[in-house]
Design a protein around this ligand. Structure first.
Ligand SMILES: NC(=O)c1ccc[n+]([C@@H]2O[C@H](COP(=O)([O-])OP(=O)(O)OC[C@H]3O[C@@H](n4cnc5c(N)ncnc54)[C@H](OP(=O)(O)O)[C@@H]3O)[C@@H](O)[C@H]2O)c1
Length: 292
């Protein structure tokens, strides 16, 4: 099996670079090798490489900047995935893509299912939702995995931000009215890879049959405030921390360019029921991620 991984240097892409090689040939592309905002380049590259499986881990993920870089966010999150899905259909390849809890408006108080109506509050959410629509319209064998609050110990994740703030401040104020499920990028890559591995012999037919949108995020849910407290408690270098107090705050006290949904917990029952795989509990995953 030949796989093309797009967005190899992101949180998720990085983890895929570890999990995919046992499956066969993997061509991993970063922004330098393939700029997905260049849709002709996307077409040309995928037609030349002719993979059996395309995994798109690239995305425009700066939620606030997207409010002012609308065209670029749309080009990367809305149009490019449609182009990838179209090529996948034409070449009989499977297409795996990721979307977001930010397609919802957060007005629920129970976990969102795949059948719940979407209503994104910001440009990022709108661009990701348009990406979903374009993939669906292209047809073919695709999986769209909506996830939430993705982190890794690399880069500018919430986990690394909290660790940095805890070293510079005695008091931290963290919003307690945003609730979702932290998702370790490694869990996301490993669970996706398990779906591929289990169905490898017949991947195209199986994903044609079960193609669609699925929710896949760390199990359980929490607020950003409680998440930050767990991050600080799990810090293996606690002696470097200055922080003494962590206070809950409200989103309205921290105005941002993009409005975020307050409650965006995703129900993963459809994914578990279909693929017989259960996502790891968020607290356990965080502990593992921070102590490895
Ligand atoms: N992060 C979250 O909290 C979150 C929540 C819900 C859903 N998701 C979704 O989960 C998926 C993975 O997210 P992530 O957290 O791994 O994102 P990430 O760490 O921000 O990685 C995104 C990757 O996309 C690449 N990229 C951006 N623009 C590109 C372009 N024009 N051409 C080629 N590559 C480009 C980036 O390249 P550079 O490395 O060069 O910048 C980066 O490597 C995405 O679909 C995202 O929308 C993420």
């Amino acid at each position: 099996m030949k796989t093309v991984l797009i967005g190899k240097n992101g949180q998720l892409g990085w983890e895929f670079q570890r999990t995919l090689p046992p499956l066969g040939e993997v061509v991993s592309l970063g922004r330098d090798e393939l700029d997905v905002a260049d849709h002709h380049a996307v077409q040309k590259t995928l037609i030349e490489l002719r993979p059996n499986l395309i995994i798109n881990a690239s995305a425009y993920t700066d939620v606030d900047l997207a409010e002012t870089q609308i065209e670029l966010a749309m080009g990367i999150n809305a149009i490019a995935p449609g182009v990838m899905a179209e090529i996948a259909r034409k070449t009989n390849a499977v297409f795996i893509h990721y979307s977001t809890d930010y397609v919802f408006d957060g007005k629920h108080n129970t976990p969102y299912t795949e059948n719940d109506p979407t209503n994104p509050l910001n440009i990022y959410g709108k661009s990701k939702l348009m990406g979903e629509e374009n993939i669906k319209q292209a047809g073919g064998a695709y999986l769209i995995l909506r996830t939430s609050w993705v982190y890794s110990l690399r880069g500018n994740s919430f986990v690394n931000k909290v660790l940095g703030w805890a070293r510079k401040n005695k008091t931290l104020k963290i919003v307690s009215d945003q609730v979702s499920s932290p998702t370790w990028a490694r869990m996301l890559a490993e669970t996706t890879t398990q779906v591929i591995t289990t169905n490898k012999a017949n991947l195209l037919d199986i994903l044609r049959e079960s193609c669609g949108i699925y929710h896949l995020a760390g199990s359980g849910h929490t607020s950003r405030y409680e998440w930050a407290k767990r991050i600080i408690a799990n810090d293996p270098n606690r002696t470097e921390q200055l922080v003494q107090t962590i206070e809950p705050a409200l989103s309205v006290d921290f105005p941002t360019l993009a409005t975020r949904p307050l409650f965006s917990v995703l129900s993963c029952e459809k994914f578990t029921g279909t693929f017989d795989l259960r996502p790891q509990n968020w607290e356990y995953a965080l502990q593992q991620a921070m102590t490895e």
